[in-house]
Design a protein around this ligand. Structure first.
Ligand SMILES: C[S@@+](CC[C@H](N)C(=O)[O-])C[C@H]1O[C@@H](n2cnc3c(N)ncnc32)[C@H](O)[C@@H]1O
Length: 190
């Protein structure tokens, strides 16, 4: 099993292994997300999709002082996330859920990191998340960027196409991020 594959298992021991690795790498992995979300300056209710062990949700709740609902397909990840928030004394509503099919209501900001390329149908998932963004609200995604030298994540052009297929967008901004990442912000029309 390759190194990356080992960290691509999200149930049981795989979830514990992922959490351990990510806790060490979190300053690098979440640097752009924290910076970008802070820059949006949106107050209100946030929804995190594919939150994994909840490390980013805890940081966002603490640093931005916003109310967060966070979900993941993996029950093991949600168990770890709940314990993490308890230890950090942060209140976050963690739920088991599927980005492609579940509806959790409407939010000022819906965001997700390093999860979209794992969805069986990213287009369906993105459109589903878009439904949960309030008018004037924001969808933010950060993910791995596939290239000739890095076989993980989505190619920049495919990612761009996904965002361009959303309807009722007031603004869409897609950027290559260092290293090997891509981010997108879509603002919903009023
Ligand atoms: C690489 S981890 C990323 C976790 C976390 N967002 C982070 O940045 O560390 C991918 C996560 O996406 C979750 N996932 C995969 N498909 C999903 C889906 N359809 N709906 C919700 N979560 C999903 C996995 O269970 C896993 O926890």
């Amino acid at each position: 099993m390759g190194i990356l594959e080992k960290f691509e298992r999200f149930e049981g021991e795989g979830a514990k292994r992922y959490e351990k690795a990510v806790s060490r790498l979190s300053p690098i992995l979440y640097h752009h997300a924290i910076h970008d979300l802070r820059k949006l300056g949106m107050k209100g209710r946030y929804l995190e999709a594919g939150c994994g062990p909840g490390i980013l949700a805890v940081k966002v709740a603490r640093e931005l002082g916003v109310e967060i609902v966070a979900f993941d397909l993996s029950e093991s990840m949600i168990e770890i996330a709940k314990k993490q928030a308890e230890r950090e004394r942060i209140s976050i509503d963690f739920r088991v859920g599927d980005a492609e099919n579940d509806y959790f209501g409407e939010y000022d900001v819906v965001y997700s990191t390093f999860s979209l390329h794992h969805w069986s149908n990213p287009e369906r998932g993105l459109k589903n998340l878009w439904k949960m963004v309030k008018r004037g609200g924001i969808l933010y995604i950060l993910d791995a960027r596939r290239s000739r030298f890095f076989g993980h994540g989505l190619r920049f052009e495919d990612f761009k196409q996904l965002f361009e297929s959303l309807t009722n967008t007031e603004k869409v901004e897609i950027k290559k991020r260092f290293p090997l990442m891509v981010s997108a912000i879509a603002v919903k029309g009023i």
